[in-house]
Design a protein around this ligand. Structure first.
Ligand code: MG
Length: 170
């Protein structure tokens, strides 16, 4: 396919889930949220950024987050997932790929996420080098059903669309 055409689009999806437990801090979409429980994982367990990274890597057919940032590597213990996203964006840039938009859905019965959505959109947009109008964050509840509804975990889904930038003439 000729590079830089309107058809040079790539789509990716990602999903992530971490246990919601006492004694951990809660960080979602790069934003610290005050709550009596938090997400447990090898890194900071930010399911929103992990799902987004997987969607971005998927769109570029670059594998998944674990391929690039192994959860058995001590170097990634407690790591800020904003750094993962920045590194993923650098990889995409190196391939001439730019984010068109991303749509993220978070399922959690508690805490209430709506007040934090604008901050998440702003943080993610800045990390991705796009405007907040290109980043959608939606929150939904498990309504008492499934592990999210029972408050055992938080799950996030992401879809991302990439566009290959036109190469300079000559
Ligand atoms: Mg994860």
């Amino acid at each position: 396919m000729r590079k830089g055409t309107a058809m040079d689009l790539r789509i990716g999806q990602g999903i992530d889930r971490h246990p919601l437990v006492p004694g951990e801090r809660l960080r979602l979409g790069g934003v610290e949220i005050a709550h009596d429980r938090g997400l447990s994982g090898h890194s900071d367990a930010d399911v929103v950024l992990h799902a987004l990274c997987d969607a971005l890597l998927g769109a570029a057919a670059l594998g998944d987050l674990g391929t690039h940032f192994s959860d058995t590597d001590p170097a990634h213990r407690g790591r800020d997932s904003r750094e993962f996203l920045l590194e993923v964006m650098t990889k995409l840039k190196g391939m001439g790929l730019k984010l068109v938009n991303a749509d993220l859905t978070i399922m959690a019965d508690a805490p209430r996420l709506a007040p934090h959505v604008p901050a998440m959109r702003q943080v993610i947009a800045e990390l991705c080098g796009v405007g907040p109008e290109s980043i959608s964050v939606k929150a939904t509840r498990g309504e008492g059903l499934g592990p999210e509804g029972r408050g055992e975990c938080i799950t996030a889904w992401a879809v991302a669309l990439l566009h290959r930038q036109e190469e300079p003439d000559g």
